[in-house]
Structures are given as structure tokens and as C-alpha cells.
Write a protein that binds this ligand. Structure first.
Ligand SMILES: NC(=O)C1=CN([C@@H]2O[C@H](COP(=O)(O)OP(=O)(O)OC[C@H]3O[C@@H](n4cnc5c(N)ncnc54)[C@H](O)[C@@H]3O)[C@@H](O)[C@H]2O)C=CC1
Ligand SMILES: CC(=O)C(=O)O
Ligand SMILES: [Mg+2]
Length: 371
């Protein structure tokens, strides 16, 4: 199979779909890999590194999209990239379709086979291709929140850990999954007072076993959420209903009633955000203020640490890229029900139920769409 790796074009996105070591694995399996020039430049990989791994370098994204049977990316295809997709071409990347009607419409029109990293599942109830980036974003959310709390960024002027004799900041993490757990680790490490809210009792038990009395793991009722959000100096939004638009758990009224200079980091913004006042921002201009609350809502947070993130992502995606290349999409999807859960759009049909429901498309079962 011919596998194409274009350069990412989202704002300040320096990750890349495949590192040279991944390219070498594909070449060893007998495939051809074409890489857009300077695709890995942002994380220190030269075109020569890719050539040494066995890839061919092409000078434009248009050439990569024209020649490749499978496109491997990081972020959802931007409009110019969507226009280059074609009938029968495989697209393997993050998509986050539920809050994104224009993208979904374009992918439906393209007739391509669009497999989303974020809805691939595993045997343990996890999301193995989302997890590595959730680890990065969860950890980063506390760095971003700490900065947002600085006075020069319109924050309250609080140090997360306080100092001897002065209270630490209160960090409230909504959602105790991969993002929430990693956020809690960093916030505890920095000496903050930490509350994690989740509505899954198994998640709360795991947090309790892991953190003991270093955090409070609280069942997320509307009451509990309101109480803790209104007391918070920093709120981290890390909820997920896989494939679906995030529920708006923190309302405009909550934001109005929060302390002036408090901050929110809505990591769930890639699924539309779990805070009513959130709107996606970029690394170039990551924050804005609503009712004196600093909002950080960058939809590609791991793009800020692209070297760490690309390696972590490739470690997770490579086995699936190899399966898709070796077997072709049809056999690879039929052989692996978890990879099949990643199939969001194929041949003009929406095969992810929550995406179809959120955006008003007819839902077609993946196995039926493949037949
Ligand atoms: N902005 C960015 O750059 C990035 C964003 N993300 C996003 O972060 C979000 C979280 O991802 P993960 O932690 O991997 O998901 P996860 O599935 O590991 O955890 C989500 C948690 O939310 C909980 N939850 C669901 N509904 C809830 C509710 N109503 N109240 C309280 N808790 C609730 C679930 O029980 C689960 O424990 C996703 O939208 C993901 O796409 C992930 C990586 C990067
Ligand atoms: C998960 C995601 O959206 C990201 O890593 O950018
Ligand atoms: Mg206020």
C-alpha cells in the first residue's frame, strides 16, 4: 500500500503522523511511504531522516493526497485537505466529528474511509489512540491553568501550591478519566487542593485507591459540581462521552458566579467543550475572558509539546497503521471490532452513532456499511 504523511497545517501544530522509525516499520512490511517535505521539521526530523528510513519526499500536500491510498495524520483534516480526499481513500487521524458539521459533511461527500483515532476502543473499556494525547493534555492542563492564574494573564494572582502559611489554590477536575487522572497527578504534585468529579463509581474508586487523601474524589451530581466549581480557583474540563458532543456541565451562570480571576481549562473542547462559555482557541492566542474568568480552550494542546506527543501517539497508532496497510481497510476492520469502532464515515455513510445523532445524519452500522 502507498501510505501518505502530509505536513500538519493546523495553527501551531508540529506533530506528524509518522516518525521515521514508524516509516521504517512500514517499509519492512513491504509498503511505500510518501512524506510531504518538512513534515517532521517541527520536531527535529529532516527530510533526509525520512529518506534514510525508506520514505520518498514529495514537495506538496496535493501530491501526497493524490498518490496515497491511506493518509496518516494527527489533526482533523482542514477544509483544504478535505477537498483533496477521494473516493476509496483511507484517512486515519483524529476527527472529533460530533461538534463539527462542516467537516462531517465534507467527509461524507468525499466517499473516503475515515477512521478516527479517538473512537477506536480496546478490551479494557479504554480508548487506546486517544489515551496518549489525553495523558499529555491532562498534564499540560495544570501548566496552562497555573499560567492563567498569573496576574499578568488576568488571573487571580495565585500560586497553585501556595507557600508555607498561605492557602494553595483549589483545583476542580471534572471527569476523572485519562485527562482528569493526569491533571490530578500534576496538581497534587504542585501542592494544590484537588477535587475530582466523575459520575462513574469505578473511576472514583480507582482515583481513591491511587491518590488516597491527597485528593477528594466526588460523585458528580449537579449539586456537587456547582458547589466545587464556585469554590474553585482553577477548573479543568475533562469529561467525555465517546464520539459524542461533550455535555455542557458548567453553565454561563456558574461562570458568572465564579471568583473573579479564576480560570478554566476546557480540555474537552475538541468534542465541543463541557463549559457553556468555551469556544476553541489556538496556541497563538490561547485564552480569553468571560465574566472575569480566564478561559483556555486550545483544541490541540499536545501540539505544544509535539516531540513528546508524536512519539507517544506513534507508539499507539503504529500497530493499527500496519494492520490497515497489510490487510487493506476491509479485512483489518472486519478482523478487529475495536478498530471497527473507529470507523466514523465510509462511502458517504456515517457509521458512528453518536456523530449521526448529534448532527442529524442517518446512522448506518459499520459492519453493514462495510458489506
Ligand atoms: N484539547 C486537547 O488538546 C485534547 C483533548 N482531549 C479530550 O479530553 C476529553 C477527555 O478525554 P479522556 O480523559 O481521554 O476521556 P476518558 O474517557 O478517559 O475520561 C472521561 C471521563 O469523563 C467522565 N464523565 C462523562 N460524563 C460525565 C459527567 N456528566 N460528569 C462527570 N464525569 C463525566 C467519564 O466517566 C470518564 O471517566 C475528550 O474530549 C478528549 O478528546 C484529549 C486530548 C487532547
Ligand atoms: C486528541 C486531540 O485532539 C489532540 O491530540 O490534538
Ligand atoms: Mg464572576
Amino acid at each position: 500500500m502507498i501510505i501518505g504523511v502530509p505536513k500538519e497545517i493546523k495553527n501551531h501544530e508540529y506533530r506528524v503522523g509518522m516518525v521515521p522509525a514508524s516509516v521504517r516499520e512500514l517499509i519492512n512490511h513491504g509498503h511505500k511511504v510518501i512524506v510531504e517535505t518538512q513534515a517532521g521539521m517541527g520536531i527535529g526530523f529532516t527530510d533526509q531522516d525520512y529518506v534514510d528510513a525508506g520514505a520518498s519526499i514529495l514537495t506538496t500536500a496535493a501530491q501526497v493526497f493524490a498518490d496515497a491510498e491511506m493518509i496518516v495524520k494527527v489533526k482533523e483534516p482542514q477544509a483544504v485537505e478535505r477537498a483533496m480526499l477521494r473516493d476509496g481513500q483511507i484517512l486515519f487521524t483524529y476527527l472529533h466529528l460530533a461538534p463539527d458539521l462542516p467537516q462531517t459533511e465534507d467527509l461524507v461527500k468525499s466517499n473516503a474511509i475515515c477512521i478516527a483515532y479517538e473512537t477506536v476502543t480496546d478490551n479494557h473499556g479504554g480508548l487506546p489512540l486517544l489515551a496518549p494525547m489525553s495523558e499529555v493534555a491532562g498534564r499540560m492542563s495544570i501548566q496552562a491553568g497555573a499560567q492563567a492564574l498569573e496576574k499578568s494573564n488576568a488571573g487571580r494572582g495565585m500560586l497553585l501550591g501556595g507557600v508555607p502559611g498561605v492557602e494553595p489554590a483549589k483545583v476542580v477536575v471534572i471527569g476523572g478519566g485519562m485527562v482528569g487522572n493526569n491533571a490530578a497527578q500534576m496538581a497534587v504534585g504542585m501542592g494544590a487542593e484537588v477535587v475530582v468529579l466523575d459520575r462513574n463509581i469505578h473511576v472514583l474508586r480507582r482515583l481513591d485507591a491511587q491518590f488516597g487523601n491527597k485528593i477528594k474524589a466526588i460523585y458528580s451530581t449537579a449539586d456537587a459540581l456547582e458547589k466545587h466549581v464556585l469554590e474553585a480557583d482553577l477548573v479543568i474540563g475533562g469529561v467525555l462521552i465517546p464520539g459524542a458532543a461533550a455535555p455542557k456541565l458548567v453553565t454561563k451562570a456558574h461562570i458568572k458566579a465564579m471568583k473573579p480571576g479564576s480560570a478554566i481549562v476546557d480540555v474537552a473542547i475538541d468534542q465541543g467543550g463541557c463549559i457553556e462559555t468555551s469556544k476553541a482557541t489556538t496556541h497563538a492566542d490561547p485564552t480569553y475572558i468571560v465574566d472575569d474568568v480566564v478561559h483556555y480552550c486550545v483544541a490541540n494542546m499536545p501540539g505544544a509539546v509535539p516531540r513528546t506527543s508524536t512519539f507517544a501517539l506513534n507508539n499507539a497508532t503504529l500497530p493499527y497503521i500496519i494492520q490497515l496497510a497489510n490487510k487493506g481497510y476491509k479485512q483489518a476492520l472486519l478482523d478487529d471490532k475495536h478498530l471497527l469502532n473507529g470507523l466514523n464515515v465510509i462511502a458517504g455513510k456515517v457509521t458512528c452513532q453518536s456523530v449521526a445523532e448529534n448532527l442529524g445524519f442517518d446512522y448506518v452500522e459499520p459492519a453493514i456499511a462495510l458489506a
